[in-house]
Design a protein around this ligand. Structure first.
Ligand SMILES: [Zn+2]
Length: 348
């Protein structure tokens, strides 16, 4: 394929709207850009180039998360190199793109669209695989350079100048995955996806949008499953008598007792047991109920210890099973105290 003749479009008479351009680029690269200016980090252009002339850009060198000027310029230098190697003389308006200039973003995309249409021979290119499953971050021009870029914008229907949104801890309360980013307060680090999101311009809106992406949802699901798995395999801290008691009281199935009893008890007690009880009792007064002499087997008797408290989260009273202990002629205070201590049920 070394002798591929590259057709370079000269004048572009493409009258596509910004929406059509977005649809085109999103379909081609399997991305989710909402604004043509978000494609201006150079990463998209490098990939379109690689798509049209496979191997023309070393995809391992492209910075797909580029936001800063240096990273973007690095991408544009890769693109420039590929242009030179293939005898393409189109100039790339790097400065304008980095300012977030709408017109330049549109023009360069139109050029690429035409370049793609004229040279594309096969459609076997898998963009996600080619970039090793990395997302191309939506580029946001830095606020200082953006202003000058925006004044040159001719059509500006959707993007009114908005107050920027630096990262705030409040976001973490709403989205437990939204951590501060090492890149600074213009970004938010998604713990689930293990990457920084650019949230300076859209703030919560961007977080909500991100949460709805397929990738985030998939990763969140995997993380949830892993957490559940590890909780399930955590040993149950209650006694064997407690497990037997729960089984005897609640189990109505037909499976063999040895197989189900511990797992069954875990289900009944909840995956967060006993930590949820302990943390509730640390925040609110609680009371302890002791049922003595509860028969278990033929001649086994146990004392069942329950804890009552007001569940702030659910805003209702609750009585929870804590443990069952051997009752030898009445359960002594000491046994109860020790049990509470074992489960860290202590009021601070
Ligand atoms: Zn995420």
């Amino acid at each position: 394929m070394a002798d591929t003749v590259v057709v370079t479009p000269n004048s572009i008479r493409d009258k596509s709207s910004r929406f059509r351009m977005l649809t085109w680029v999103n379909a081609l690269l399997k991305t989710d850009f909402k604004d043509v200016r978000q494609t201006s980090s150079g990463a998209c252009h490098c990939q379109i180039m690689d798509c049209v002339i496979p191997g023309s850009v070393d995809m391992t060198k492209v910075k797909f998360d580029a936001q800063g000027e240096d990273d973007c310029k690095h991408n544009f230098s890769l693109l420039q190199e590929a242009f030179s190697k293939n005898g393409i003389t189109r100039t790339i308006p790097v400065e304008e793109l980095l300012k977030g200039d709408f017109k330049s973003s549109m023009e360069i995309l139109k050029w690429f669209k035409s370049f793609h249409a004229q040279n594309m021979k096969s459609d076997e290119y898998d963009p996600v695989e080619a970039r090793h499953s990395q997302d191309i971050a939506a580029f946001v021009a830095s606020p200082s350079s953006r202003k000058s870029g925006e004044s040159g914008t001719e059509e500006n229907g959707t993007e009114a100048t908005k107050a920027p949104y630096p990262y705030t801890k409040k976001w973490k309360d709403m989205f437990d995955w939204a951590d501060p980013s090492a890149l600074g307060d213009q970004h938010t680090f998604c713990r689930t996806c293990d990457r920084s999101l650019s949230t300076f311009h859209k703030g919560l809106f961007e977080l909500r949008r991100h949460m709805e992406t397929k990738k985030h949802k998939r990763r969140a699901e995997i993380a949830k499953r892993a957490a559940r798995q590890s909780q399930r395999s955590e040993p149950l801290p209650c006694s064997d008598m407690a497990v037997q008691f729960i089984f005897k009281q609640c189990y109505t199935g037909s499976a063999k007792r040895e197989q189900v009893s511990r797992r069954f008890a875990r289900c009944k007690l909840g995956l967060k047991y006993p930590k949820d009880i302990a943390s509730a009792c640390q925040q609110t007064p609680y009371c302890v109920y002791i049922y003595e002499g509860v028969t278990l087997g033929e001649d086994d008797a146990v004392s069942v210890i329950l804890v009552g408290f007001f569940d702030m989260e659910a805003s209702r009273h609750r009585i929870r099973f804590l443990d069952a202990v051997q009752s030898v002629g009445g359960t002594g205070d000491q046994t109860v105290v020790e049990t509470l201590k074992k489960f860290r049920v202590t009021h601070k």
